[in-house]
Ligand binder design. Structure first.
Ligand code: CP3
Length: 350
């Protein structure tokens, strides 16, 4: 295997010494970059951009042209699998994803196909191989998938959940109590689909994979184990051997369980204290996180302070990847993102 010029990200995931503190940012390719908006306009819309391997490669590389990042993440979306299952994915401006055919009945769940990554998801594999070539081993390329639970949230809800009151994905959360067996059937199908999908991404050149469990934090502790972590564990046990990152947003309290699930690293959101996270995982896995994306709206001296305190908390921890606690926001100034990345490298010198 040709060797990477900058492998600090993979070294941190393997809890090996690094030559500088690695950093990448969730959603680093996206609407906060004017060049992304230009490419998206050329593609027509977001999904057409995802489905065009050359343009997906172009936007994957855009943040790396601008910033001194230590990893690339393939430009795609977690909802590619439900789309390939035939749910009719589209995006509504200022609202988010929608499915024209939400799952409503047990029969619909039973009929769901398990997509073949070589056909209906071929565009993702092509985007990865094109991007891997274009990267010329500069930095590692991350592949990803949603967790079965998180994909099921969107599939049962029919899209993003209304954020009114405290109701979030209530349909699937009721189902977990009322019809757990049917929900498990759906989660099993998603698990089988994700194993094929991620293994195909690895075969296409992904150097590490990340499972986004954005909505695992909606569950009670026992339900988290039953409906989310168990399935992620099952997936990881069937993947080709490359580094695996699990990110359960709002899952800080379960980091001890996550660290024993077969992952190499866990993502941590900004609500979790990193020193506490380190105590829960005991150095068994690497950690990744956790600057609040809103901190990028603060003045530079405040960003510096936040960077210093995160680095201080992780100073003696084996294996740390600096990241945001969730995706970078559309209104973020690219200059502030650049300032953050430089600050992490400046203060994180080894
Ligand atoms: O990190 C990266 O740079 C890679 C690209 C990436 C996208 N989506 C691009 C995207 C990744 C890793 C994702 C994952 C994803 N998609 C998640 C899990 C991570 C998370 O944020 O919690 C989820 C829940 C989705 C589903 C999804 N896709 C939603 C809810 C939305 C709409 C929200 C929004 O920001 O508008 C999307 C659209 C989406 N995915 C965009 C991007 C850049 C914006 C689309 C656009 O260009 O208009």
């Amino acid at each position: 295997m040709p060797s990477l010029k900058n492998d600090n990200f993979l070294r941190a995931l393997a809890r090996k010494p690094v030559t500088r503190q690695p950093i990448w940012m969730m959603r680093q390719a996206g609407r906060y970059l004017p060049e992304y908006r230009a490419t998206r306009a050329r593609a027509g819309d977001f999904l057409s951009l995802c489905k065009n391997p050359d343009l997906a490669c172009e936007v994957t590389l855009q943040p790396l042209e601008r910033f001194d990042l230590d990893a690339a993440i393939i430009f795609s979306d977690i909802l590619t699998i439900p789309d390939a299952m035939g749910l009719g994915l589209h995006f509504v401006e200022n609202e988010g994803p929608r499915f024209s055919r939400a799952l409503q009945t047990e029969a619909e769940i039973r009929q769901l196909p398990i997509p073949d990554p070589a056909t209906s998801l071929r565009y993702v594999m092509d985007a990865i191989s094109v991007t891997k070539r274009a990267l010329q081993q500069r930095v590692p390329l991350i592949g990803f998938s949603g967790s079965p639970w998180t994909l099921a949230c969107y599939m049962i809800e029919g899209g993003s959940s209304a954020r009114a009151n405290t109701s979030q994905f209530d349909r699937i959360r009721k189902m977990a109590y009322q019809e757990p067996a049917i929900l498990h059937l759906l989660l099993e199908k998603l698990t089988a689909s994700i194993v094929l999908y991620l293994n195909a991404q690895i075969e296409s050149g992904a150097d590490a994979i990340m499972i986004f469990d954005t909505w695992g934090g909606l569950l009670s502790s026992s339900q988290y184990q039953e409906f989310s972590l168990n399935y992620m564990q099952k997936i990881m046990s069937q993947l080709h051997p490359i580094p695996k990152i699990v990110f359960t947003k709002n899952g800080g309290q379960w980091l001890d369980k996550i660290s024993q699930s077969g992952c190499d690293a866990a993502g941590v959101d900004w609500t979790m204290d990193l020193a506490t996270a380190a105590k829960l995982t005991q150095g068994r896995i690497a950690l990744q996180g956790n600057l609040d994306p809103l901190a990028l709206f603060a003045p530079e001296d405040v960003i510096e302070q936040e960077v210093k305190s995160i680095l201080a908390a992780m100073k003696d921890y084996p294996g740390f990847v600096f990241n945001l606690g969730h995706g970078i926001l559309q209104q973020t100034s690219p200059d502030r993102a650049n300032f953050l990345i430089d600050a992490v490298h400046r203060f994180g010198q080894i």
